[in-house]
Design a protein around this ligand. Structure first.
Ligand code: AGP
Length: 608
């Protein structure tokens, strides 16, 4: 999704914008641009191009840009192709704008304001700039112009605006699409996400929706649309200052895979007391878990896969009814939601609009809500009754890894908490589960220590075009996530299948040397899983087996095997998932791909 940066302060703005846009590259984009106020010419100047931030740097390199105020943007195309003209910023009259989101009624506005002849791009953003310019011409005042213009806009937007008449001043207003901001001795800064601010400060605030922000080098003022001034509510980032750097790794994905032992320890820490799950620090009452009669998880992608693991645990441990819903399908599936439903929204970014809208829908139906989020103060966190943060630190790679395993850690804590307060597990039983959960970081560490063996298996998959991943029960949930990882970063068409289901059709696709990745970690399912593996092996499949050490037997030695260190079966998700993350990572990096920024993908999906 688009990256946005704005700065006005005492420093030259060009390097600040280029550096921030480079940090925001992980969000996924196809063009970049900046607008700076030129005090000599007393107007805003725009530099932009299709391509990478480094291409923008080249466009600007011989320009004498002394300005200390400017805005920058990386565009993930939604309206109009990838070309210089469609890159942001967009200028109409006295107004220059960068935008993240979708103006749904932009075509109506083109008609209403008769804009067709003046537009230089195919974007909805330029239409928003034109409407702002018209309102500015009518009112003569930026605040009044913004107030008037946003009432015309339908859809989602984070707009950052320069008005020619107000040098060194930045305005902003948002609806759904995120904007965070800060004021420090360096000046005032805003961005589409925290990673662009970490170099400046660890204090920030979330710009409230439909609130006009006016930034100068030493002030930030905010008003509601009815003119009431509001104060920023500052939050503190608990990320180390340079935690969004690669710190020597070739890719963020590898760094974030390696950070998982610490991330899981940090997520569990503070959430047990005397070995029993304790959520007082999260201000979550036990009643949230005792009053509900059913649970509904809403999430997308990897976050949804974490929900599937939770679903298995809830059924096994609590015998409770639980649904896991693709957030993008949820609202259109007439879900059964009432005031006895606990809806759990899971999201690394906390900004995925499908998940946010699903949460809002469930709350309108009376559900109580809990969000499991990695980014503090994000939209989904603010929308939810209660929040449990995963303390994974910034996750920059598009492919989610440490966010997934820390989401799992929170889910295991929740299941053990619910089992305890519902009387399903006594103190000793739940303490044993927590003791085992606290072993996960160390066990993941031994998978990471043995990662060279995963790399050997990965080398055998480099030429694969199609690939199956097969397993049953929890192993199937693990493989859904492992398959997504491989697809995302290696572009191999990988399909996770419940291994018992293969013979009902898909086994027709197995031919000589079809690569099949199998996971076996559940003792009670092992014999069936092994017979399913033999079924595909007898049809020529090339097997790569990831199996729990205790389950290895003579018959499995014929396969390329990675031995997963032992944990109780229900916790084997952790070592198995990390091994499959490594598999995807090595295939992608050995194929020479940009692992952190896979084609077509964005880290935060803020469009439906
Ligand atoms: C995961 O590797 C993907 N990048 C994607 O599926 C992601 O999990 C999904 O878009 C949800 O993002 P969120 O956790 O920020 O809501």
């Amino acid at each position: 999704m688009c990256g946005i940066i704005g700065y006005t302060g005492k420093n030259k703005v060009k390097p600040i914008i280029i550096d921030a846009l480079t940090t925001l590259e992980y969000r996924g984009y196809d063009s970049a641009g900046m607008a700076v106020y030129n005090p000599d010419k007393k107007r805003t100047e725009v530099y932009k191009c299709a391509g990478r931030v480094r291409d923008l740097s080249k466009v600007c390199e011989d320009k004498n840009i002394d300005s200390t105020c400017g805005i920058g943007h990386t565009r993930w195309a939604t309206h109009g192709g990838v070309c210089d003209a469609n890159a942001h910023p967009h200028t109409q009259g006295s107004v220059t704008v960068v935008h993240n989101g979708i103006i749904e009624n932009y075509k109506d506005l083109v008609e209403e304001y008769d804009l067709a002849s003046s537009l230089k791009s195919e974007t909805d953003t330029e239409v928003a700039a034109a409407v702002l310019d018209r309102c500015h011409a009518e009112t003569g005042d930026p605040k009044k112009a913004i107030t008037k213009a946003v009432r015309k806009l339908k859809g989602t937007f984070a707009l950052v605006i320069l008005f020619d008449g107000e040098p060194d001043v930045i305005y902003s207003i948002r609806n759904v699409s995120p904007i965070v901001a800060t004021l420090s001795e360096e000046g005032a800064m805003l961005a589409s996400d925290l990673t662009a601010l970490t170099r400046f400060t660890n204090k920030y605030f979330v710009v409230p929706e439909y609130t006009i922000v006016r930034m100068t080098r030493d002030s930030v003022t905010m008003w509601t649309l009815d003119g009431r001034e509001v104060e920023p509510e500052y939050l503190t980032m608990d990320w180390e200052k340079n935690s969004a750097d690669k710190n020597g790794y070739p890719f963020y994905m590898e760094k974030e895979i390696m950070e998982q032992p610490k991330a899981i320890r940090d997520t569990i820490s503070g959430r047990t007391k005397a070995g029993i799950p304790n959520f007082e620090a999260d201000n979550i009452p036990d009643s949230l878990f005792t009053d509900c009669e059913r649970i509904c998880v809403v999430a997308c992608g990897t976050a949804m896969h974490a929900g599937l693991v939770f679903q298995s645990l809830v059924k096994t441990r609590l015998q409770m009814h639980i649904d896991v819903e693709m957030a993008s399908e949820f609202m259109y599936s007439d879900p059964v939601i009432d005031d006895k439903t606990l809806v759990i929204a899971v999201s690394q970014s906390g900004e995925t609009i499908d998940t946010l809208e699903a949460l809002k829908y469930a709350r309108r139906k009376g559900a109580r809500s809990l969000a499991i989020i990695n980014v503090k103060g994000s939209s989904i966190a603010r929308e939810s009754d209660y929040v449990m943060y995963t303390n994974a630190g910034p996750e920059i790679a598009v492919a989610s890894t440490k966010a997934y395993t820390t989401q799992l850690a929170v889910f295991y804590l929740i299941v053990y908490k619910m089992a305890h307060i519902r009387g399903v597990m006594d103190d000793d039983e739940v303490r044993e589960c927590i003791r085992n959960l606290k072993r996960v970081p160390e066990v993941i560490g031994s998978v990471l220590d043995g990662r060279k063996a995963v790399h050997v298996i990965a080398r055998g998959l480099l030429e694969a075009k199609d690939l199956f991943m097969i397993g049953r029960g929890l192993d199937y949930s693990i493989l859904l996530e492992g398959s997504l990882k491989l697809k995302e970063v290696s572009y191999i068409h990988s399909e996770a299948y419940a291994s018992g289901e293969l013979k009902h059709g898909p086994i027709a696709l197995i031919t000589d040397n079809t690569p099949v990745v199998a996971v076996v970690t559940q003792e009670r399912l092992m014999s069936k899983e092994l017979s399913n593996i033999r079924e595909v092996k007898s049809r020529g499949a090339a097997i790569a087996l990831f199996i729990k050490a205790d389950l290895i037997q003579q018959s499995t030695r014929e396969f390329d095997t990675f031995m997963l260190p032992n944990l109780p079966d229900e916790l084997m998700v952790f070592p198995a998932s990390v091994a499959l993350q490594l598999l995807a990572y090595y295939v992608s990096s050995d194929k020479g791909f940009d692992v952190d920024k896979p084609r077509n993908l964005a880290k935060v999906v803020t469009v439906e």
